[in-house]
Every structure is written in C-alpha cells, then in structure tokens.
Design a protein around this ligand. Structure first.
Ligand code: GDP
Ligand code: MG
Length: 436
C-alpha cells in the first residue's frame, strides 16, 4: 500500500516520472492532437519522433509534471520549427521594391495584395502600385481596382491578356511615378498546372522580384503541403502567407508547410476585410495548434480538481512543517472525491501504466482513514503526541493494529519529507504552467 499511495500522491501532485516505457503512449497522444489540428501525417510523425528523442535525452523528466513537460517540449519545438522570430519582407536598395504574389485560385491572393498594400502604406509609409497581372478574368481586375480604391492606392492594368507585360510595365510606371513598391497580383488555377507555373516563372524572370510570396489557404489542410512544395520547386519563393486562419481553421498547415519547404511564414490573414492581416508569430501559432488538440486538456482537468489556492495553502504548510494528519486525511478524501481516479490518471500521458490504476481503489485508503478518524483533533495536529497508549486506543477504535498505526506514521513522516523536497522542485513546474 505504501508505495501505491506514494505513487498516487506523486502523480496527483504532478510529479510522476516519465519512463521510456510510457513515452510511446504520450507520443501517440501528441501525434493524434497534431493530426486533429490538420498537420500532414508524415510531418506529424517526424515531429513527434523528434520530440520523443528530445524527451528521452532530457533529465528534467524526473521532477516535473509530465503532461506539462511534454506540452512545453512540443510547444518549444513548434516555435523552433516555425523559426523563432517573425520574418520581414525585403526592401530594394533602389526602389521600387517588387513583390510578386503567387498561389492557387481562391487562395486569397488578390485580397492579400490589397491587405499588403494597406499594411505597407500605413505601417511603413510606403507608396505602392498594384499590378493587375491576373489578366484572364475581367472580374479579377475589377476586384483589385475596388480594393485599391478603398485604400487609395493606384492600379496598373492593360487591355491585353499579357501578364508578363503588365508586370514589366507596372515596374516602369512605378519608377517614373516615384512609387517605391510594386505588388503584382497574378492569376491562379484551381490546381497546379504547367501553364500557370510557366506564367509565374516568366513574370519572375522578367521583373526579378525582391520578394515572392506564396499565398495558401490554411483550410486546405493536408493539400496545402503539396501545393506549397510544387510552387517552391518551380519558383523558389521567399515566404508564405497563410490565409483564412479565421474561424476554426486549425493552423496545422503552418507546421506542415514550414517543415516541408522550410520557407518562413510571413503573414497570416484572418478575414475578408483589408485590416485582417497580421505578421506571423511563431508562439501564437504553436499555441493555436496545441490548444486544438487534447494535449493540454488533462492539465486543465487536474487543475480544476486541485484548485490552485488550496495547493498554495498546502505548499505553505509543507514548507513551514505544519502539514499534519488532518491535511493528510483531506488529501486522501480529495483523491476519493475525484471519483474516477483511474479516469483522471488516464488523461495524464503515460501515468496509467506507471500507476497500475486497476489496483488503486477506495478500499486502499479505508484503514488509513479509519485510523486518522479515530484520533482526536489534537492528535491529528500534533502527531508527536501519539505515544504507546494512545496508539493502542486508536487501534481499538479503528479496528486496526498498533503495527498498522506505526507503519502509517512512518509513511506519513516519509511523505512529509518527500513533499518538502517536491515543493522546492515544483517551482520549476509552476514556471512551465505559464505557457498554457
Ligand atoms: P485569389 O483567387 O487567390 O485572388 O483569391 P481572392 O483574394 O479573390 O479570395 C478568394 C475568396 O476568399 C474571397 O471571397 C475572399 O474574400 C476570401 N478570403 C481571402 N482571404 C480571406 C481570409 O483571410 N479569411 C476569409 N474568411 N476569407 C478570405
Ligand atoms: Mg485573384
């Protein structure tokens, strides 16, 4: 019983150890969460393998809450994969800076062209000219013109269906008008095809852009990766724009694309309006991806039960050596109150294996409860009062033996010591909670 109880307390205080054995289970959980967030399967597999190796190689494991520890490692890995800080877009030494926008039809290129123009104008005091190089549909040119007029930015367009020419002439026009930026909106197709790729490649060749941005609809999830890859192989773009990240799009595409093509994600677009644009923040995206999965939910449930204030009170008692048998009893009753103890433990990745939950049931706590309840309140507060005659009285009252009481008192002392050590270590654990 002693070791079982110790384990129970350990895990509930969030100190259960991650072993090589139960890591596999956790890794599976994380992989599932990533897939739920729409991360490409192969990317999710690769990512979780990396995390696994990192976990195995770290020795912090012995002291910190495993769930939070895992979440923290996954979070940090996501941020690192995304490339730490946000990337800016290029600026030409001699203006105009030429920015080429490419992507599939409907991905949000034209909308983004307007958003970027607005952003550069407002935040960077730039004077952009938009080039209407989607020459096939008159509606496309009109759409760009409408957007542009709402932000008071000029558009260059021609009657002929010649995208390369539009791009070239727009650059010359910008030069002669002393406009410092040209943003070229191109045509897309519903799927990657040769004609479209050729056209974008030709524009690239003709105007030698300082920045090529690939626009991708984040709602296309698993597909986004292939498109991103094909575009990259063909036109070697400088950065990615993730659109339609509003609503409940999960953002897994960000991880997939970054992993597969290794180009920085520079902007995210979160709505149809022109102000719905934001630079890409790696940590926000990491949290979005994690928040969608189940990885953190067990932490939340455990926290609900172990209300923080109470935990703090307990911590203080432990530190000042005032943790007594009343507190001990309270903890036991709390464990029982959680009812589905096994259920809770199961939510902690790996913990169920470590704990052998089938063996933990209410019965295990009964003699302990009986013993403590047979003590006077005074005795519970000051266990050192418990001399031989008091122990004999308590044994009778609780239907146990003096030996059992001696054993319990020994356990209680050990637990007090253990809790004191843990309370020192749990500072690190609390530092990790900040990321949720
Ligand atoms: P293009 O074919 O690549 O030029 O795509 P458009 O810019 O015309 O956008 C296609 C559709 O997606 C339009 O209805 C846009 O209003 C919409 N759209 C573009 N970006 C976003 C976004 O970030 N969020 C949402 N909800 N809709 C967007
Ligand atoms: Mg368009």
């Amino acid at each position: 019983l002693s070791s079982k109880l110790d384990k129970a307390f350990q895990s509930l205080k969030g100190e259960a150890r991650i072993t090589e054995v139960n890591i596999a289970e956790t890794v599976r959980e994380i992989r599932r969460a990533l897939l739920d967030a729409d991360v490409n399967y192969e990317v999710a597999r690769q990512f979780t393998n990396d995390v696994k190796e990192q976990v195995l190689g770290s020795d912090v494991l012995t002291s910190v809450n495993p769930g939070q520890q895992f979440t923290k490692i996954v979070h940090d890995n996501l941020v690192e994969t995304f490339g730490g800080e946000k990337a800016d877009i290029a600026q030409a030494q001699t203006p105009p800076t030429v920015i080429l926008i490419a992507g599939l039809q409907g991905s949000g290129k034209t909308t983004f062209t307007g958003k970027l123009a607005r952003h550069l104008k407002q935040e960077h005091k730039r004077n952009p000219l938009l080039a209407a190089a989607d020459v096939y549909r008159p509606a496309a040119v009109d759409q760009l013109k409408t957007l542009a007029s709402s932000i008071d930015v000029p558009v260059y367009s021609i009657e002929q269906k010649d995208a390369v020419r539009v791009a070239k002439e727009a650059v010359s026009m910008a030069k002669s008008l002393a406009l410092d930026t040209v943003i070229i909106d191109t045509a897309g197709r519903l799927h990657v095809d040769e004609e479209m790729m050729n056209e974008v490649a030709e524009i690239k060749e003709a105007v030698n852009p300082h920045e090529i941005l690939f626009v991708v609809d984040s709602m296309t999830g698993q597909d986004a990766v292939n498109t991103a890859k094909e575009f990259n192989e063909r036109i070697d773009y400088d950065g990615v724009v993730l659109t339609k990240l509003d609503g409940d799009t999960r953002g897994g595409a960000a991880l997939s694309i970054k992993t597969v093509v290794n180009k920085p994600i520079k902007f995210v677009s979160t709505g149809e309006k022109l102000d719905a644009l934001s630079p890409f923040y790696p940590d926000r995206m990491a949290q979005r991806i994690l928040g969608m999965g189940d990885v953190v939910s067990f932490v939340e449930k455990a926290q609900k039960e172990f209300d923080e204030k109470e935990a703090e009170k307990l911590q203080k008692k432990i530190k000042s050596d005032k943790f007594d048998l009343n507190d001990f009893l309270e903890q036991i009753q709390k464990i029982k109150k959680m009812g589905d103890f096994g259920d809770l433990v199961n939510m902690i990745p790996g913990a169920s294996k470590a704990l052998d939950t089938a063996d933990i049931d209410d019965d295990a706590f009964k003699p302990i409860e009986a013993i403590i309840l047979s003590m006077t309140p005074e005795e519970r507060q000051n266990p050192e009062l418990l001399n031989g005659s008091r122990r004999r009285r308590i044994a009778k009252g609780s239907g146990t033996t003096v030996r059992e009481i001696n054993q319990l008192m020994k356990q209680f002392d050990q637990m007090k010591k253990m809790m004191k050590t843990m309370s020192k270590m749990s500072k690190a654990g609390r530092a990790l909670q900040g990321l949720k």
